[in-house]
Design a protein. Structure first.
Length: 497
């Protein structure tokens, strides 16, 4: 009997595939991605979402670690390792893999494959640095289960709901987000019938999808506007630890906002100007801070077309689509001017953790409130001092920085991408309440201009923002000595420059 023997239908194909796979595995980029995967896996195993979410109470990094000083060191080393590997991976391909080189497709495949793997892993991470994800869940219940307006109804009104604890200290205020986000969250609640863990997992899954969509938009835009930095810029966003931990790990709505901002940039780069403003308006309907990008792109498009008739036609169509989109998303919640007025009022009221709030802290130290000298002044005088020292300088500085960006776009000294990057960076610095995920706003746009001072500044802000969570209790302060306060001040200096 003749022995059967398999013969490859295409000679050399098997050997070629093996060689290609060997090249991928042996590349430095693959090794860095594998190490990052291990670090994220350690986080997920230590803080799994299903386990802690099922325990009927809220946790943060402080309570999860029981204020352990040794964990503060371990967490700091893990964050430093993640950012260090991110830098090494970026440096290994920076300026070496553009769209005209044959290895670019392989490198891009590695970057995107690991980005998808990171997102899949972090979907199962308990949000260790913020409870916003659980707030999204409960506010969607207000709309889907109780058929109430999440902008007008505070969670404390539903005191009999078994999940009311998930909103934490935000029980007395309505939604701080736009109708675009509230409708998306309501869709997740409707899909899961309001069940807690499935609902939260769907929200995190949506965050992962929008994160991957943002990465693809950055990659596609770079291939057109900066092919020499195509892979490096894609990796800069896709593997950024703050972006991954905050957008996917903590499931913040900022990922949806920045997806639509990047969609507007992608449309602008392809000269599809009619749809640029609607995309940016959609971003603002998710989270209002994105509205600052609209005038910059509108000005650039207006100046880029020399014919007045074409300008007017573009503006009319863009406004028509944008207003129609805004009305369609706002009307399910009632009069938009009423709901949006509440959102603006709630988000611009008090000072919190912003860098500009340091002025208030310094004033308190100088005047020494504990002695009662400051309290002896009339209440109106104290309020006026607060306005003069904190509120007025903050808004004046923000207005001056924003006008400068508009002038530079008008004079064609920079494009709206750079202007929006600087504007979002300034907003993260000067908004009433700083949060550690705010650097991701400018990071998403800085990835479109990889390299240079702007990227270094934004990357430093991302690093120090993630490390700043270690200032969470006196135990960590004692363990780190002057380390934690020093990191906070380094973060402040990084933001100023």
């Amino acid at each position: 009997m003749t022995k059967l023997q398999w013969v490859s239908p295409i000679p050399g194909r098997t050997k070629l595939n093996l060689d290609a796979a060997r090249q991928v595995v042996m590349s430095p980029l693959f090794r860095y991605g594998a190490l990052v995967t291990v670090l994220y896996l350690i986080l997920v195993v230590a803080f799994p979402l299903p386990r802690y979410a099922a325990q009927g109470q809220l946790y943060d990094l402080k309570s999860l670690t029981q204020e352990s000083s040794w964990f503060a060191w371990l967490y700091a080393l893990l964050i430093l390792a993640l950012f260090g590997l991110h830098w090494l991976a970026w440096h290994s391909i920076e300026s070496r893999c553009d769209s005209r080189q044959p290895e670019s497709t392989r490198s891009l495949g590695i970057v995107l494959a690991f980005a998808a793997l990171f997102a899949l892993l972090l979907m199962w991470l308990y949000p260790i640095n913020a409870i916003d994800l659980f707030q999204y869940f409960f506010r969607s219940r207000i709309y889907v289960v109780y058929h109430a307006n999440p902008f007008a109804a505070a969670p404390m009104q539903f005191h009999d709901d078994p999940y009311r604890y998930t909103v934490g200290e935000w029980a007395d205020v309505g939604s701080l987000y736009g109708p675009g986000w509230e409708l998306l969250a309501a869709g997740a609640a409707w899909l899961t019938r309001g069940r807690f863990i499935p609902n939260v997992l769907v929200l995190k899954g949506a965050s992962a999808v929008f994160y991957l969509g943002s990465v693809l938009l950055v990659s596609s835009t770079l291939r057109r506007v900066a092919p020499e930095r195509w892979i490096a810029g894609t990796l800069l966003l896709a593997w950024n630890p703050l972006v991954l931990l905050e957008w996917v790990g903590n499931g913040h709505s900022d990922v949806v906002m920045m997806f639509f901002v990047l969609l507007g940039v992608w449309l602008w780069a392809r000269q599809r100007h009619v749809w640029v403003l609607p995309a940016l308006v959609m971003a603002a309907l998710v989270k209002g801070i994105a509205a600052i990008t609209i005038p910059l792109f509108a000005l650039a498009i207006w100046l880029g077309e020399p014919r007045l008739l074409v300008r007017l036609r573009w503006l009319g169509l863009s406004l028509l689509v944008s207003v129609g989109l805004a009305m369609a998303l706002c009307l399910p919640f009632g009069p938009p001017w009423q709901n949006m007025g509440q959102v603006v009022g709630k988000t611009t009221a008090d000072y919190g953790f912003s860098v500009s709030a340091l002025l208030v802290l310094v004033l308190r130290q100088v005047i020494d409130v504990s002695t009662g000298r400051f309290l002896a002044l009339p209440a109106e005088t104290r309020e006026m001092l607060l306005i003069c020292v904190y509120i007025v300088p903050r808004w004046l500085a923000l207005a001056a920085l924003y006008v400068r960006q508009l002038v530079m776009v008008w004079r064609k000294k920079q494009d709206p991408i750079a202007g929006s990057t600087e504007a979002l960076f300034a907003c993260a610095l000067l908004v009433p309440s700083y949060r550690i995920w705010y650097p991701s706003w400018s990071m998403a746009l800085a990835a479109l201009r990889p390299g240079g001072r702007r990227c270094l500044r934004t990357g430093t802000a991302c690093l120090t923002a993630e490390l700043s969570v270690l200032i969470y209790d006196s135990t960590a302060k004692r363990s780190f000595g002057i380390g934690c306060p020093a990191l906070w001040h380094i973060s402040n200096v990084a933001w100023r420059f």
